[in-house]
Design a protein around this ligand. Sequence first.
Ligand code: BGC
Length: 355
Amino acid sequence: MNPNNKKNPSLNSAFYGIIQEQEVFKYTLQNETVRVDITNLGGAITGIYLKGRDQLEKNIVAGFNDIKDYEDNPYYFGCVIGRYTNRIANGKFVLNGKTIQLSVNDGINHLHGGFEGFNKKVWKLSNTEPVEDKISVEFEYLSRDGEEGYPGNLLVKIKYTLNNKNELSIEYNADTDKATPVSLTNHSYFNLSGFESPTIYEHSLYVNAENYTEKNVNNTPTGKMIPVANTPLDFRQPKIIGKDIHQFPKDKGFDHNFVLNKNVSREIVPAAQLKDPSSGRTVTVYTDQPGVQVYTANFWDGTLKGSHGAYQQHGAIALETQAFPDSPNHPSFPDTILQPGEHYFSKTIYEFGIE
Ligand code: BGC
């Protein structure tokens, strides 16, 4: 027992299937309130179970029951994204005087690490760690020099930890042998009603950002930071998501990178808070990253079925903590190039609650 008199969180694992001729498992981290299922295919969070005010337990993230569905997973449900999250314009940037061409998998751009990003890989279990009131599971993956066009062998470790304060943290570690851009995130989509409400229009959202990065017609940053004040992107006070979601016909909803307010660049700050007034469930996201991409599942169209049946447009929201999109092409953005001998570390915490 720990000092809070709560039972220590536990870890269980179960065989989930064979993918790419490798064994894939489901790992369950559980405390008295929250249960989190994670698989080593794509490092994906496949379920987060939490009771609402009505004491009914629901899975609040989009996912699939069958592991085979994670091989396709066109919307990146729950996955680790890398080597570089979000878009790189034309899949191209200059590094140490050399033009690097990445794979182009999204119109003219590189998106979420390319055709076979980290979301498609079977990760190796590297550690599980019970420490009194915490339980962790860590996966690693070696991304080879040249994969999707990226320079350098990059060894990545991702550690998921659940503690007794209902915090799920994700720690990202990486080392390289050649200079390379790195920006890692998790692509979980939340619907805090457990998808009882087919959209997140009634959820309220707070984002700790005075500015967002402006986009051009190709959905990549212009380099300008624009104040959110007097725009539909003003979430400085909690706002119902449905209020302004239809203001972006081209994006079909919110799909924007917010510039988080910080005093020091690597400080962990509250990035966003999502609340579902009907069930009372809340999630608060903290991160040391400079940005958070708010994406409201704009391209879901009811054809993809998963753990909750058919997923509808605006059925959930992803709060992707990350470096700014296309940073390798914007010297004014925080640097994302990892050098050999340097270590990449990043941490995001999801704190679950009930009101
Ligand atoms: C991006 C969207 C993209 C989506 C793909 C999000 O992280 O912000 O632009 O369409 O991922 O599922």
